[in-house]
Design a protein around this ligand. Structure first.
Ligand code: 5GP
Length: 201
């Protein structure tokens, strides 16, 4: 079931950054514009489904008990308690699923998870940190999104600061002050990464 790093011959592109930074929109644009090239690693999570989200498309929404069982059975490549009592994890079976489809894997995961994927898969990974122009801007975006309660919004803002401090460990930082421009910049760096690798093989 699990492909060790040596067996996986695709590439892994990790997107991390504060909640509300726009990383999900950037990932969606890549998937939409290059459906044959990229597939999305659907994470498992214990958080509640938001309006508009679909189980098995955005996340595998599972109970804390199921999540714990998967940890015990070694089904995750990485997992984190991203917010208190909210668990998120990358399933080994996702890499396998996308490898079978001959696709490069896109991840939308937190900073710790992203850096862990880099540790495991090394040069096969490009880590991209999506940076909001400012914390104030981030707060406005999260408020506009209307997906979070006041408490959850505060948790996300608090975590953003810690995440931004770790952006220096990422291969690329994309400042998202204009979504379309950020998408174009991202496409350029991702294509460069894929092409560079071809020439070094
Ligand atoms: P949200 O609740 O906004 O969908 O996600 C909260 C945070 O969890 C985001 O930073 C998201 O990227 C991260 N996340 C989603 N899936 C995973 C995962 O599988 N592993 C880790 N470590 N973080 C994840």
């Amino acid at each position: 079931m699990y492909l060790c790093p040596m067996e996986f011959n695709g590439k892994l592109i990790v997107f991390s950054g504060p909640s509300g930074s726009g990383k999900t929109s950037i990932v969606k644009a890549l998937l939409n514009d290059y459906p044959h090239l990229f597939g999305f690693s659907i994470s498992a999570t214990t958080r509640a489904k938001r309006e508009g989200e679909v189980d098995g498309r955005d996340y595998y929404f599972i109970s804390p008990e199921e999540f714990k069982k998967k940890i015990e059975q070694g089904e995750f490549i990485e997992w984190e308690e991203v917010y208190e009592n909210m668990f998120y994890g990358t399933l080994k079976s996702e890499i396998h699923r996308l490898h079978q489809q001959n696709k490069h894997v896109l991840f939308d995961i937190d900073v710790e998870g992203g850096l862990n994927i880099k540790k495991i898969y090394g040069d096969k990974v490009l880590t991209i940190f999506v940076m909001p122009p400012s914390i104030e801007d981030l707060k406005n975006r999260l408020q506009k999104r209307k997906t979070e309660s006041e408490e959850s919004l505060q948790k996300r803002i608090n975590k953003a600061q810690q995440e931004i401090e770790k952006s220096k460990y990422f291969d690329v930082i994309i400042v998202n002050d204009d979504l379309n421009a950020a998408i174009e910049k991202t496409k350029t760096v991702v294509m460069q990464f894929l092409n560079n690798d071809k020439s070094s093989n």
